[in-house]
Design a binder for this molecule. Structure first.
Ligand code: SF4
Length: 512
C-alpha cells in the first residue's frame, strides 16, 4: 500500500490539507500527517517517496495516485531551491517528522542536547550558551546566556522558565510552526534551560487564537513528561492582547492579573513570576537551544551569522509576495534576496513599494534600503528593527500614509494605558496624521487640544503639523514604558520620510 505525507500545520489545513488527506485515504492510501516544510504557497503539499505535488486539490488526488499531475509536481522536496538554499537548525525537522511522534523526535537527534546538558552540568551549559551568542529572538535581541546566568545566580525559593509564545506580530508564524510541527524541540529547550538555572516549573504562554498549537503543546507535554522530569510544564492560554507579548505584561497575565506592563527594575530575571527569578524567552530562542547543547553546537552557532547577530534566524516571508513561507538562514541575508530571489517578488506582479520588517511596530523599508544586511545592529543603524523576523511585502498600490495612521491606531487600541506617551500620544498621533492629510487644517471629525502648543490647530501650517508629529514620535520613543509605545514611531516616521507624497507632502517638507 502507498503512503503519502501531508502537513497538518494550520496553514496547510486552512488551504485544504484535511480534504486532500481524506481523498487519498478514500483511495486506500496510508496518510502520514507531518510538519510543514514552510513552502506555504505550495500547501497542501503531498509528498510520495520524497517527491512533492502542490498545491493539491482533492480533485487532483486520483491523478497524483496514478503518478500524473505533472503540472503540480515539484520534484524531490528536500532539494527544492527554496529548501536547499536554507541553513535550517531550529527548523531542521520541518517537513520530515510527525509532530507528536517521540520515536521520530528521538530518531532525528532529539534529546541529545538535554542528555548532554545533564551530563556536563549547569555551569558548563551556561558557559556554552554564552559562547553560542544566541540572542532573544522575540525582538529585543538580549543575549540569552546572560539572562540565564542572572537567573541561575539570583536567590529565590523557586525559579521558573516561561516561554513567551504570544506571537502577535503581523506576518509572523514561526513560533506557531515550531509548536505545531516540532513541539518536543521547544520542550527540550525549556528543560535544558530549567536544568541550567535550577527551575522546577515551566509555562508556555500561548494566545487563544492558536487552538492547534495549544492542542499540540498540551499533548506533547504529556508525552514528554517522563523524559523531562523532575521539570514540569504547563500551557497557559491568554486572551490575545498584543501587549501580553511584553515580558512583564505576560507575567502579570500568567499570575491572573490584568495584562499591564510592570516598571523595570526589578528585572524578571531577579523578580519575575510570583516574584521569583524567571527566565522569559520566546519560542524561537528556546527551540534553538537543543542544537546549541548537542555536541559541538555552541561553536557551530557562534561561527554563523554577522557580527553580534549569531546563528540563524527563521524569517517569515508574508504579505503581497509570490513565495511566502518560512525561510531559515544565517544572519546577513539582504532584503533584496529575501523579497526577489527567495520570495519571487509580489504576488500581484506589481513593483515592490515597501517591506515592513519586525511586525506592526517595525519600520517600512524602501527599496533603496534593500541591501542592508539582516542583523540587529545593521537594522538599528537604519532606524529599523528585525523584531521577530517577520517581513511583510507591499506593492505600489499601498498607501503609506494610511499605514502610518494605522500604526498609531493599533497602538491606541492595544495600549495597556499605563503611561501617557503611549495612551494619549497614539490618539494624538492619529489626529495629526489626519490633519496632515487634510492639508494642514483641522480635520472636521477630529477633536483637538489647541492649548497643547499655544497655537490653534486650524492655524498650523503643514510643516508645523509634520514637526508636531516628529516631536510626538520622539516623546513616544523615549518616554514610553515599553516597546508598544516606544516602537510605534518606527512605522510612522519611516512612512513619512520615504513616501512623503502619500501624505500630500514634498520631500523638502519632511526633515531627514
Ligand atoms: S508603552 Fe503603552 S503598552 Fe507599554 S506600558 Fe506604556 S501604555 Fe502600556
Amino acid at each position: 500500500m502507498s503512503t503519502v505525507r501531508i502537513s497538518d500545520d494550520a496553514v496547510a489545513r486552512a488551504c485544504g490539507a484535511d480534504r486532500v488527506s481524506d481523498a487519498f485515504a478514500k483511495l486506500g492510501w496510508t496518510v502520514e500527517r507531518v510538519s510543514s516544510w514552510g513552502m506555504h504557497w505550495l500547501e497542501p503539499l503531498a509528498e510520495v517517496n520524497g517527491v512533492g505535488w502542490g498545491p493539491v486539490t482533492p480533485d487532483r488526488v486520483a491523478e497524483i495516485a496514478e503518478g500524473g499531475a505533472d503540472d503540480l509536481c515539484i520534484g524531490p522536496v528536500a532539494v527544492h531551491p527554496f529548501i536547499a538554499s536554507q541553513q535550517r537548525l531550529t527548523f531542521a525537522r520541518a517537513g520530515k517528522t510527525r509532530p507528536l511522534s517521540l520515536d521520530d523526535y528521538a530518531n532525528s537527534g532529539g534529546w541529545a542536547g538535554l542528555d548532554r546538558a545533564r551530563a556536563i552540568g549547569s555551569e558548563q551549559v551556561l558557559a556554552e550558551m554564552a559562547q553560542s551568542g544566541l540572542r532573544g529572538r522575540g525582538g529585543a535581541g538580549f543575549p540569552a546566556g546572560i539572562k540565564w546566568q542572572t537567573v541561575a545566580k539570583a536567590p529565590g525559593d523557586r525559579k521558573y522558565v516561561v516561554c513567551n509564545a504570544d506571537e502577535g506580530d503581523s506576518g509572523t508564524f514561526a513560533d506557531r510552526m515550531v509548536m505545531e510541527g516540532d513541539p518536543f524541540a521547544l520542550i527540550e529547550g525549556m528543560a535544558i534551560c530549567a536544568h541550567a538555572v535550577g527551575a522546577g516549573q515551566g509555562y508556555v504562554y500561548l494566545r487563544s487564537e492558536y487552538p492547534d498549537a495549544i492542542a499540540k503543546m498540551n499533548a506533547a507535554i504529556d508525552l514528554a513528561a517522563e523524559r523531562i522530569a523532575p521539570f514540569r510544564m504547563e500551557v497557559r492560554v491568554g486572551a490575545g492582547a498584543y501587549v501580553c507579548g511584553e515580558e512583564t505584561s505576560l507575567l502579570n497575565s500568567l499570575e491572573g492579573k490584568r495584562g499591564e506592563v510592570r516598571a523595570k527594575p526589578p528585572l524578571p530575571a531577579i523578580a519575575g513570576l510570583f516574584g521569583q527569578p524567571t527566565v522569559v524567552n520566546n519560542v524561537l530562542t528556546l527551540a534553538a537551544v537543543p542544537h546549541i547543547l548537542a555536541e559541538g553546537g555552541a561553536a557551530h552557532y557562534d561561527a554563523l551569522g554577522l557580527g553580534r547577530s549569531k546563528g540563524t534566524m527563521p524569517i517569515q516571508i508574508a504579505g503581497n509576495v509570490r513565495h511566502g513561507g518560512l525561510y531559515e538562514t544565517a544572519f546577513g541575508v539582504t532584503l533584496r534576496e529575501l523579497v526577489y530571489d527567495i520570495g519571487g517578488g509580489t504576488a500581484s506582479g506589481r513593483p515592490v513599494k515597501a517591506v515592513q520588517v519586525g511586525g506592526p511596530l517595525g519600520a517600512y523599508l524602501h527599496p533603496d534600503q534593500f541591501d542592508i544586511a539582516f542583523g540587529y545592529e545593521e537594522y538599528a543603524g537604519a532606524d529599523a528593527l528585525i523584531g521577530h523576523g517577520g517581513i511583510v511585502v507591499f506593492d505600489d498600490s499601498a498607501d503609506m500614509a494610511a499605514m502610518a495612521r494605522f500604526a498609531m491606531e493599533f497602538c491606541a487600541a492595544e495600549s495597556c494605558g499605563k503611561c501617557t506617551p503611549c495612551r494619549i500620544g497614539s490618539v494624538r498621533g492619529m489626529e495629526i496624521i489626519e490633519r496632515i492629510l487634510a492639508g494642514g487644517r483641522k480635520a472636521d471629525a477630529v477633536e483637538v487640544l489647541p492649548q497643547m502648543h499655544n497655537v490653534r490647530d486650524a492655524d498650523r501650517s503643514l510643516e508645523d503639523q509634520v514637526a508636531l508629529l516628529e516631536d510626538l514620535c520622539e516623546t513616544m520613543k523615549f518616554g514610553s514604558l515599553c516597546a508598544l509605545g516606544g516602537f510605534t514611531p518606527y512605522p510612522v516616521l519611516s512612512a513619512l520620510r520615504h513616501w512623503p507624497e502619500d501624505f500630500g507632502l514634498t520631500k523638502q517638507a519632511v526633515p531627514a
